[in-house]
Design a protein around this ligand. Structure first.
Ligand code: UDP
Length: 248
């Protein structure tokens, strides 16, 4: 496979076209941004950590019947993926109240939700990724009614698989963001990444509200030890996969 040209450069990844029209190459960068790119920095080896964590989680989800764009890894910070047209929605699933949910509703940080909450945000930097109602999403024709139903169904299944997986890592899955895309045949695939950049992950055994954080909130809130947290997540993910392989 040879890489042809840059298709798109985002905040955390560069997407390259390849000589195979149905295959793209995602190159994960060490660059970190937060608050709609107002805060910028780098996290050493983040590209490798996030690509490795995402790849393992995509493989785990595929094994459980979730269609993803994942193909393989030519390099530790690179993922070959099926080409999809990304639906411009950030699909957020929440198990525990944190972040914007607390800010916008007054719910106390750490409140365990009675059932998972699926929310849609408009992936649009100029507008600041606003929260969408289903009616607005349909009004803007970002997805069809059927696609919305399928996305919610998939997001809830993914949540169950990921919650279970992270439980085995002694990590509490607080919330996370997903992106979906459509392949050339119109099939809905899970795309983008699942990593400490896109999930809130708390060490289950640690009670201190700062020490327990193993995700991008360490960067957002200048809590230090950012690289260590990402590395710790990767190590636990790898260990859980190894343990499951030995047991099964
Ligand atoms: N998230 C993300 N990209 C975004 C916004 C949110 O990956 O552009 C993730 C975030 O890491 C968290 C979840 O989605 O795991 C919910 O984020 P929230 O709406 O609470 O916003 P935040 O407080 O992160 O701004």
């Amino acid at each position: 496979m040879s890489v042809l040209s840059v298709l798109y450069e985002g905040k955390a990844k560069i997407i390259y076209k390849t000589d195979a029209p149905e295959i793209l190459l995602a190159d994960f960068k060490d660059d970190a941004t937060a608050f709609n790119a107002e805060k910028r920095g780098t996290i050493k080896n983040k590209g490798i950590f996030n690509c490795s964590i995402s790849s393992k989680l995509f493989q785990y989800l595929e094994q459980n019947g979730i269609p993803t764009h994942y193909l393989d890894n030519p390099n530790p910070n690179q993922m070959r993926v099926k080409a999809v047209k990304i639906i411009p929605l950030e699909v957020v699933v929440r198990n525990i109240a944190a972040g914007s949910l607390c800010k916008q509703t007054g719910l106390e940080l750490g409140t365990v939700l009675k059932q998972p909450l699926v929310e849609f945000y408009y992936k649009n930097d100029q507008l600041g990724d606003p929260l969408l109602t289903r009616e607005r999403l349909l009004l803007l024709e970002l997805a069809t009614q059927e696609q919305v139903e399928e996305i919610i169904h998939l997001a809830l299944r993914i949540n169950e698989f990921l919650k279970g997986f992270f439980r085995q890592c002694s990590i509490t899955l607080v919330d996370f963001k997903l992106e979906f895309g459509l392949d050339s045949q119109g099939r809905l695939l899970l795309a983008d990444e699942i990593s400490p950049d896109t999930c809130r992950l708390w060490d289950t055994a640690t009670l201190d509200p700062f020490d327990r954080i193993l995700d991008k909130d360490r960067f957002r809130r200048d809590l230090g030890n950012v690289e260590n947290a990402y590395q710790e997540v990767l190590q636990r993910v790898l260990k859980t996969i190894e343990t499951n392989l030995t047991v099964n």
